[in-house]
Design a protein around this ligand. Structure first.
Ligand code: ZN
Length: 80
């Protein structure tokens, strides 16, 4: 697989998080999560089940840093 992974492949989502933050997760995982109720793994490594509207919450800083760094994003996405 030599897909080029970009910001297009991730989306902002939230879950049960003590800090009430929105995390970036891989877009294709969201579909699995919605269909199967599976945990999502954020770019920062945080795992959660999606519950809330992410647009109302502050964005997780580690997620945001990875999201804004194309190299870091591409490398981490290979493992998600
Ligand atoms: Zn995060």
């Amino acid at each position: 697989m030599t897909d080029t992974l970009t910001q297009e492949d991730v989306e902002l989502h939230t879950g049960i998080d003590p800090d009430k933050l929105a995390h970036y997760v891989k877009r294709k995982h969201i579909i699995n999560s919605v269909v199967g109720g599976f945990e999502l793994e954020a770019l920062c490594g945080h795992r959660f089940v999606q519950k809330q509207d992410p647009n109302k919450l502050p964005i997780c800083r580690p997620c945001k840093e990875i999201y804004n760094d194309p190299k870091a994003l591409a490398s981490i996405m290979q493992y998600l």
